[in-house]
Design a binder for this molecule. Structure first.
Ligand code: PLP
Length: 445
């Protein structure tokens, strides 16, 4: 954009609010951050303010902003071919399919491309229903699977409520880590009890009516929760027993975020279907994918897959994903996420020592969250699905200190781009440490 046409922050915000609708919000209540450009771990406002992106935007810009290798690949694709309809064969489609087949573990070797995560999940459910001839889907309460009609019903969190009633056939179950209680003291016991509960639900619903269970392998927005020890292996065996497919939604947890390419690799199981988006292109272009195991691919080699999209296998998205994967491999960003987990945990422990309002934090790779409390009994600083003056003050302070992250209910997110260095990560926590001082007056003892 030339300097003469440069738009200032105020005008940018005013026009965006006047003529465009924001997500999950009443427009008058939003206070959008004006962003002119972004590079590495930083965003820049039109006024030149540099803001540390401590959430990789929507936990999605995994390689960091504006990587030159990806920008060059995108420009080359623009010059070569921008669009060919989904019935064609193109080079980026051929190359990305082949690349993902070698990258995704197990015999998941065939991919259907969409525009984002919700559509990937929609098509995963479609594939599961067509493959099994069954209709019901199990999902969990502490989950988010997308904003479309069907994926809203798969979603357990409160964003679903205003979208009900939606598609029938979804059965939601409790999580191994519920919000207000624990199944047991011991983790192995939690796994055992939860799987027993799940088997009972399967009996009540009728095993032969259930096509699949969808899980976020590591729960994202609803708590950054890894599965308890042995749970995924137990779940895999339980679903196999009844011929129910396992769909792992790796839209947020995939592409290096947890210190592995895919979060299910932490437990050495292979789902029947995996879905991905966000980190697949680092959000540089819209793209999602559903990957299926060979047995399902074989089924759709002989049977029609009743799904399609105008922008299926869009050349620009596919070329972007290929370049993003190259960057991740060349710069060992998955390894960096794994290495920095210890630093993240250490910094979180320091916060808990210094701030009475910090109940604790958790991280798997560079996927982290800190929970805040209003008293030493551990009551959250804002209630489930609620806000509080203390959390609002914290969000405001992050903004004043030029740190971008999500403050949600009584917690805040720690999900920097995977290219962050150890020094930068410690620097980000130093800002968090300063910001947390505003919560002290709200601690009730
Ligand atoms: C786990 C998970 N699944 C699905 C989605 C939906 O993806 P999209 O917004 O690209 O449709 C999201 C988005 O946040 C997500 O976190």
């Amino acid at each position: 954009m030339s300097n003469t046409s440069k738009m200032g922050s105020e005008e940018m915000i005013r026009l965006c609010k006047e003529h465009t609708m924001y997500t999950w919000a009443a427009n008058d209540a939003v206070s959008p951050l004006p962003v002119e450009r972004a590079e590495g771990i930083y965003l820049y406002t039109p006024d030149g303010e540099r803001i540390l992106d401590f959430n990789s935007q929507l936990m999605s810009v995994n390689i960091g902003h504006g990587h030159p290798h990806v920008r060059a690949a995108m420009k080359a694709q623009i010059d070569q071919l921008l669009y060919a309809y989904p019935g064609t064969a193109t080079e980026p489609r051929a190359r990305l399919g082949q690349k993902l087949a070698s990258l995704v573990p197990g015999d998941i070797d065939t991919f259907f491309f969409t525009l984002g995560g919700a559509e990937a999940n929609e098509n995963a459910i479609r594939a599961a229903r067509l493959y099994t001839g069954r209709s019901k889907i199990l999902s969990r309460y502490r989950s988010y699977h997308g904003g479309t009609n069907l994926t809203m019903q798969l979603t357990g969190d409160p964003r679903r409520w205003a979208n009900e009633p939606g598609s029938p056939g979804i059965v939601r179950v409790m999580d191994p880590w519920p919000y207000t209680f624990s199944w047991a003291e011991d983790e192995a016991e939690i796994t055992a009890r939860h799987l027993t509960y799940l088997e009972e639900v399967i009996q009540y619903e009728g095993p032969n009516t259930i096509a699949a269970m969808i899980i976020e392998t590591v729960t994202g927005t609803n708590g950054i929760l890894r599965p308890p020890a042995g749970w995924l292996q137990g779940l895999r065996a339980l679903l196999d027993k009844y011929g129910i497919l396992l769909i792992c939604d790796e839209v947020m947890a995939g592409f290096g975020r947890t210190g592995k390419w895919f979060a299910f690799e932490h437990s050495e199981i292979v789902p029947d279907i995996v879905t991905m988006a966000k980190g697949l292109t680092s959000s540089y272009a819209p793209l999602g994918a559903m990957g299926v195991r060979r047995k399902i691919a074989d089924h759709f080699a002989k049977n029609v897959f009743w799904g399609g999209l105008t922008y299926n296998s869009h050349a620009l998205g596919l070329a972007t994903a290929l370049a993003v994967i190259e960057v991740m491999e060349n710069e060992d960003l998955v390894g960096n996420a794994a290495r920095l987990e210890a630093v993240m945990r250490q910094e979180m422990a320091k916060l808990a020592e210094r701030h009475p309002t910090v109940r604790g934090g958790r991280a798997i790779g560079l996927f982290g969250m800190v929970d805040l409390q209003k008293n030493s009994k551990g009551e959250p600083l804002a209630p489930y699905n609620g806000a509080s003056p203390a959390m609002a003050a914290l969000g405001k302070r992050f903004r004043e200190l030029s740190l971008f992250t999500f403050v949600r209910w009584g917690s805040f997110m720690c999900n920097p781009p995977l290219c962050i260095t150890e020094d930068e990560l410690r620097g980000a926590f130093a800002i968090v440490d300063e910001a947390l001082l505003v919560t002290h007056p709200y601690f009730e003892g």
